[in-house]
Design a protein around this ligand. Structure first.
Ligand code: IMP
Ligand code: MG
Length: 187
């Protein structure tokens, strides 16, 4: 028999945020962004590929004129942890000078990726530069320079999948946020 979409995936240890939880969080974040950017025309920049699902939901909860664009970065280093050495694989198609820019990120872990991106985007002289992070992982040694203006939820220091987040390109299509069983990523 076909598995119910709501059934927990066998590689997932537990669900942290259900589809209903996510809907509530994104609705709240959309309202916050709408309030702060009223009368402006912000450019939402999603970091590929993990933030795509969140971007799609968040933008539909923002009730003001906006634009979207995408960047892809790759961080050198081994699988599960980012090294902080970030390379732009796909750059923006939009000029951001003088624009109100909102970076849309799936998860803030060490903060290395975001601190690199913020430095890079700041140098292009946007009018403002803020971050909306769907998740913030509570880890020791997180870069204190990266403080998202909008935060969806905090998650424990474990490997998170679903709602765009992957392990080795898998699990992005799970409709919930779950914790991957450690034996799957070999810890
Ligand atoms: P940071 O540079 O350590 O903050 O890592 C940020 C990026 O690493 C995120 O945008 C994700 O793509 C990825 N990442 C970090 N933690 C997880 C996780 O638990 N599951 C899936 N991807 C993650
Ligand atoms: Mg990412």
């Amino acid at each position: 028999m076909e598995q119910n979409r709501q059934d927990i995936h066998p590689d997932v240890k537990s669900i942290v945020l259900s589809e209903a939880d996510i809907e509530g969080i994104v609705t709240r974040m959309g309202a916050e962004v709408t309030r702060d950017y009223e009368g402006k025309n912000p450019l939402l920049i999603a970091v590929l590929r993990g933030a795509v699902v969140f971007m799609g939901d968040l933008m539909r909860h923002i009730d003001c004129q906006l634009g979207i664009d995408f960047m892809a970065v790759s961080s050198y280093g081994d699988g599960a942890k980012s090294s902080g050495v970030v390379r732009i694989v796909k750059d923006l198609d939009t000029k951001i000078e003088g624009r109100d820019v909102l970076i849309v990120e799936d998860i803030l872990d060490s903060g290395l990726t975001l601190s690199y991106l913020m430095k890079n985007l700041s140098s292009r002289n946007p009018k403002s530069l803020e971050v909306a992070a769907f998740l913030v992982k509570d880890v020791a040694g997180q870069n204190p320079a990266v403080k998202p203006r909008y935060v969806g939820a905090h998650v424990p220091d474990e490997f998170i999948v679903g709602y765009g987040l992957d392990f080795a390109e898998r699990y992005r299509n799970l409709p919930y946020i779950g914790i991957l069983k450690p034996e799957i990523y070999g810890k």
